[in-house]
Design a protein around this ligand. Structure first.
Ligand SMILES: Nc1nc2c(c(=O)[nH]1)N[C@H]1C(S)=C(S)[C@@H](COP(=O)(O)OP(=O)(O)OC[C@H]3O[C@@H](n4cnc5c(N)ncnc54)[C@H](O)[C@@H]3O)O[C@H]1N2
Ligand code: MOO
Length: 460
């Protein structure tokens, strides 16, 4: 790979590429030193004078850009608490987080029950077998007297004074029609006593527990029809760009919208309820109207974050007096991403238009913010050794798509900011610190939701 090609992949601008060539491995201190190192001199003469204002905007932007780890913390902490709890029917609770302890509403089992198909017996055998058996779901059977047995099904109520359950395969009827055990019978065997799993009032699960299929099962068993849960944050997606097509092939400078199909299921996998996806073109008035009219908890915009002539996100946020919490992040791709508070309880995440940059913004800002709003716990942080040396950006964190193979993170190709080909085959993104990583170096790994939970994680 040529130096030029490498620099393109890492999305360096001209000054940064020059700094790399000048400084060898280009370890530049953070903060103002980095910004100074990147562009304190005059712009290279190859740049046209007409671009000067953009260069200035970019310099200002770089000064304000937040380091990647800090940006995630800001996004996580901005909404101070999770949304207020609601009562949710079990069939709508999957993927939510419990807002109250799950306390058993009954003993489990609720009555003494047979653990096996066979006979309930009283006292030592042989036993006289009653003609009528006991099935699951039936009213309490008559009590047994010593020397008596009754056919019983798994889960059926145990008659009073039963001393054991004899499995069908461990009994036979003798020539006097009496039941004989073919092996030793231990007192109490194969009886599940009432309250073995829990007593009514026992705390089964703590608030903050993610409602999984198993939790739904437990809640139902413990007597719940609804659970108190944190509702999914409501998210509205605004796709900006006049150049976007929703079907067919690219033509005459128009391209397919890749983010409209990608973001809603990804946001759902992050715990959101995507209430609307609107395509607004590059129309400042439409953007203003959409943002001010939205009652979503989070508005996610795509594109329009840079300083181009039709990049309306910043001017719109200024116009409505939004508070910029993160204005650019020291991460590649995706550095123009932003986070703003638009209303008392509404946030806006501005994702850059380049599709992999949008993914970077989604994981850097939207994921931690949604996690807090949804009351979810932060995933356990972990690292893996990277399979080969990875080039870093001189000053910024890089997020690169990787596949996970035998406890190693293997970078995939096609990881440029405008490309989805790499991330489409990836299991995770690896976090490459400024300056890059050596082969075998431990890198933090951000799992992609479907890699750990299957594609169903995106459907709930
Ligand atoms: N003078 C500067 N120009 C740019 C800078 C900069 O710092 N100074 N940053 C570059 C970087 S990095 C990125 S990322 C983009 C961010 O731009 P925007 O957020 O304003 O996005 P757009 O300009 O609208 O689009 C960028 C690119 O992505 C394509 N795009 C947009 N939306 C979609 C979509 N839904 N599906 C597929 N592709 C999409 C769009 O056509 C453009 O090609 O700015 C750089 N410029
Ligand atoms: O780094 Mo941009 O954010 O090219 O995609």
């Amino acid at each position: 790979m040529t130096a030029r090609r490498q620099h393109e992949d890492v999305d360096l601008d001209v000054e940064e590429a020059l700094a790399l060539v000048r400084d060898g491995d280009a370890q530049v201190p953070d903060g103002s030193g980095a910004a100074g190192g990147a562009g304190s001199g005059p712009p290279p003469s190859s740049r046209s004078g007409g671009r000067e204002h953009r260069e200035q905007a970019r310099e200002t932007h770089r000064h304000k850009a937040t380091p990647w780890p800090e940006a995630r913390v800001i996004a996580e902490r901005s909404p101070r608490t999770a949304a207020a709890p609601v009562s949710v029917p079990l069939d709508a609770a999957l993927g939510l987080v419990l807002a109250a302890p799950l306390t058993a509403l009954t003993d489990l089992p609720a009555f003494d029950t047979s653990a096996m198909d066979g006979w309930a017996v009283a006292g030592p055998g042989p036993w006289d077998v009653r003609p009528e058996g006991v099935l699951a779901g039936h009213a309490e059977p008559e009590r047994l007297t010593d020397g008596e047995a009754v056919r019983i099904a798994t889960g059926a109520r145990i008659p009073q004074d039963t001393t054991a359950v004899l499995r069908s395969e461990h009994g036979r009827t003798d020539d006097r029609s009496r039941l004989q055990a073919t092996r030793e019978v231990v007192h109490g065997q194969d009886i599940r006593p009432r309250g073995q799993e829990c007593r009514s009032g026992d705390a089964l699960l703590l608030p903050g527990t993610l409602v999984t299929p198993a939790v739904l099962g437990l809640a139902a068993a413990a007597g719940y029809d609804t659970v108190a849960a944190v509702p999914r944050p409501r998210v509205e997606v605004l796709v900006l760009g006049d150049e976007l097509l929703t079907e067919g092939l690219p033509h005459e400078g128009l391209i397919r919208d890749a983010l409209g199909p990608m973001l809603p299921p990804w946001l759902r996998a992050l715990g959101a309820d995507v209430v609307a996806v609107r395509r607004l073109g590059d129309d400042a008035r439409a953007l203003h109207k959409a943002v001010t009219g939205s009652d979503a908890d989070l508005v996610v915009t795509t594109g329009g974050t840079a300083a181009g002539p039709v990049d309306h996100v910043h001017p719109t946020l200024r116009r409505i007096g939004a508070q910029l919490l993160v204005n650019g992040v020291k991460v590649r791709p995706g550095h123009p991403m932003l986070l703003a508070r638009t209303k008392e309880k509404q946030y806006l995440v501005g994702l850059p238009g380049n599709p992999l940059a949008a993914v970077s913004g989604l994981l850097t800002l939207a994921e931690p913010l949604l996690r807090t709003l949804a009351g979810r716990a932060a995933p356990e942080r972990y690292t893996l050794p990277v399979h080969e040396a990875v080039q870093g950006h001189p000053y910024d964190t890089r997020l690169i798509p990787v596949v996970l193979r035998e406890d190693r993170a293997v970078p995939v190709h096609y990881n440029g900011p405008a490309m989805l080909r790499g991330v489409a085959v990836a299991d995770a993104l690896a976090v490459v610190p400024p300056g890059g990583g050596r082969a075998g170096q431990e890198l933090e790994i951000l799992d992609l939701p479907w890699a750990t939970s299957g594609i169903g994680a995106c459907l709930t």
